[in-house]
Design a protein around this ligand. Structure first.
Ligand code: GAR
Length: 216
C-alpha cells in the first residue's frame, strides 16, 4: 500500500526534495499527489514540476481572510484524497478548523527542539540565549502553533564558531534525514497520534519524540 501524500510549501522546498528523493529510492512507501504553495515564486514548485508532480498555487494575498484561504486550501487538497499532509516550510499560521480537518494526518517540521523555541527566528534566538544544543523536530499538527506531539527530533551542537547561517545549514542537514524518516514511518502505519501522544509501533513516545543525536 502506497501512502497518498500532499505537500504544502512556501519556499525553497529542500525538505520536499529530500522526501521526493526517498520516494524515488523506494525508502518511503508513498506518492506525492500534489504540492501546494502559497507563494507563486516558491522554488518548491519547480522541484515538483521537475518530478512530474501536479502543483497548486493559492496565493494567500488574494484572499480576504485566513479562514477563506484555509477553506480554499481544503477545497484544493481534498480532491486528491490525501492520507497524509506534509507541511514542508509552509509559512502560514493555520486556522483551528484546518488543523482539525487533518488532525492525526498532518505533520510539520520546525527548526528547533520543541517544545523550546516555537515560532520564528529560532536560530538567532538560540544563539542569543547562549544554548549549547539546537536541532529540529517533526511533530503532528494540532490547533496550537508548534504544539502537537513530537514524532522525531535531531540534536546538533552549537559552538562558539556558529552563527545563524551555520546553524541553518547544520539543522537543515538533519531535517533532510528526520523528515523522510517520519514520513516513511507514517506511510508504514508505524506512527499514530493517540490522545495527544505519538505512538511508534504502538508504544507511546516521550515528550521529545524519537531522538537522533548527531553530536560526536
Ligand atoms: C525549514 O528549515 C523548516 O524547518 C522551516 O522552514 C524551512 C523550509 O526549508 N520551517 C519553519 O520555520 C516552520 N515554522 P525548505 O523550503 O528548504 O524545506
Amino acid at each position: 500500500m502506497s501512502c497518498n501524500i500532499v505537500v504544502l510549501a512556501s519556499g525553497s522546498g529542500s525538505n520536499l526534495q529530500a522526501i521526493m528523493d526517498q520516494i524515488a529510492d523506494n525508502k518511503i512507501s508513498g506518492r506525492i499527489s500534489a504540492v501546494l504553495c502559497n507563494r507563486p515564486e516558491a522554488y518548491a514548485l519547480e522541484r515538483a514540476k521537475k518530478a512530474g508532480i501536479p502543483t497548486i498555487v493559492l496565493d494567500h494575498k488574494s484572499f480576504d481572510s485566513r479562514p477563506a484561504f484555509d477553506k480554499a486550501m481544503i477545497e484544493a487538497i481534498d480532491p486528491h484524497k490525501p492520507e497524509l499532509i506534509v507541511l514542508a516550510g509552509f509559512m502560514r499560521i493555520l486556522t483551528p478548523e484546518f488543523c482539525e480537518h487533518y488532525l492525526g494526518r498532518m505533520i510539520n517540521i520546525h527548526p528547533a527542539l520543541l517544545p523550546s523555541y516555537k515560532g520564528l527566528n529560532t536560530h538567532q534566538r538560540v544563539l542569543d540565549a547562549g544554548e549549547s544544543v539546537h536541532g529540529c523536530t517533526v511533530h503532528f499538527v494540532t490547533p496550537d502553533l508548534d504544539d502537537g506531539p513530537n514524532i522525531i527530533q535531531a540534536v546538533v551542537d552549537v559552538t562558539s564558531e556558529d552563527n545563524a547561517e551555520t546553524l541553518v545549514n547544520k539543522v537543515q542537514q538533519q531535517e533532510h534525514i528526520i523528515y523522510p524518516q517520519a514520513v516513511a514511518w507514517f506511510a508504514e502505519g508505524r506512527i499514530k497520534m493517540i490522545d495527544q501522544r505519538t505512538t511508534l509501533d504502538e508504544k507511546p513516545l516521550g515528550e521529545t519524540g524519537y531522538v537522533v543525536d548527531s553530536r560526536t
